[in-house]
Design a protein around this ligand. Structure first.
Ligand SMILES: C[S@@+](CC[C@H](N)C(=O)[O-])C[C@H]1O[C@@H](n2cnc3c(N)ncnc32)[C@H](O)[C@@H]1O
Length: 284
């Protein structure tokens, strides 16, 4: 385990999905950015597996609707947060570690006129700047894999949820132990660490005081999704180099090839997990 957040910040400060490339592409296709609608961003601003369908699955699991107060842990460029606000009328606060991404998220949100419903705060999910028991839902997508102290981050989710509030997240899962070389490559290329097993996540959530409602193994689905995303990233690398925007570091592309293999071999995989903060008075 590595407590240093700098590897994740290094990775995401260079990540090819950036505010700059999104605006550059939209400018190229539209000729200007005036009157941009939230839905025009959705092809570009979702940095997780499965696109908008994955947001819909989490929204359903977490019972997100009009006026639901949602915290998005590791919000990236704010794509899921804006989608939940635009599609369902939720009020979303995103917590995002990497300063460039938090700033980019705010800029994109302002551009599409959603600042009244969405705010992305620069911060660390291991110490969340949100008061106790005030959120209806906490979501997160493909991000806890970067967080060294998952009990602390999930404890923060529990703390800020109202009794009966729901946590719904997707994350990498390890099905079989990673070889040391693979673990080192995934750390160097994608700042991945302390990846949990399915059973480990269940135990962790129950220890914190959550009631686990469902655990869906997404590994087979992700094998194909990740193969397609690798192709997308290869195209995006060229596009971003041409546009002069962040294009990703070499280790990212090397580690992505290995990630696809590991998921196809079912060494690594993914899961969607839903849990509820207990309503009972004596709950942790
Ligand atoms: C794969 S991106 C996912 C972004 C977003 N959830 C989405 O689906 O578009 C992971 C994000 O987690 C952020 N992150 C990593 N560690 C974090 C931490 N400890 N606290 C908050 N954000 C973190 C990264 O900066 C990055 O933007």
């Amino acid at each position: 385990m590595n407590d240093d957040a700098s590897q994740a910040v290094y990775f995401y400060s260079r990540h090819p999905i950036s505010c700059e490339i999104i605006l550059s592409k939209l400018n190229a296709t539209r000729g200007h950015l005036a009157g941009l609608g939230p839905e025009e961003l959705f092809a570009h601003d979702q940095d997780h597996y499965g696109g908008l369908d994955a947001n819909d699955a989490l929204a359903q699991s977490a019972r997100i609707g009009k006026g639901t107060r949602v915290a998005d842990f590791c919000a990236g460029l704010g794509g899921p947060a804006r989608y939940l606000a635009h599609r369902f009328g939720a009020d979303v606060t995103g917590i995002e570690l990497t300063p460039a991404r938090a700033a980019g998220a705010q800029a994109l949100t302002r551009l599409v006129g959603l600042l009244d419903k969405v705010r992305i705060v620069q911060g660390n999910v291991m110490s969340v700047p949100i008061a106790d028991a005030c959120m209806d839902a906490v979501i997160s997508q493909e991000a806890l894999l970067h967080v060294p102290d998952k009990p602390r981050a999930l404890g923060e989710a529990h703390r800020i949820l109202k009794p009966g509030g729901r946590l719904a997240f997707t994350d990498w899962i390890v099905h079989r132990p990673l070889a040391p070389d693979d673990a080192a490559l995934l750390w160097e290329g994608m700042a991945a660490q302390s990846i949990q097993t399915l059973a480990g996540y269940r135990e962790l959530l129950e220890t914190i005081g959550f009631r686990v409602l469902s655990i869906v193994d997404l590994t087979r689905e992700w094998a194909d999704t990740l193969r397609q995303r690798l192709e997308m990233y290869r195209r995006l690398r060229v596009e971003s180099q041409q546009a002069g925007t962040p294009a990703g570091h070499d280790a990212f592309y090397r580690s992505y090839v290995r990630l696809v293999e590991l998921v196809q071999q079912e060494v690594l995989g993914g899961a969607r997990i839903t849990a509820e903060r207990s309503c009972s008075a004596g709950a942790a």
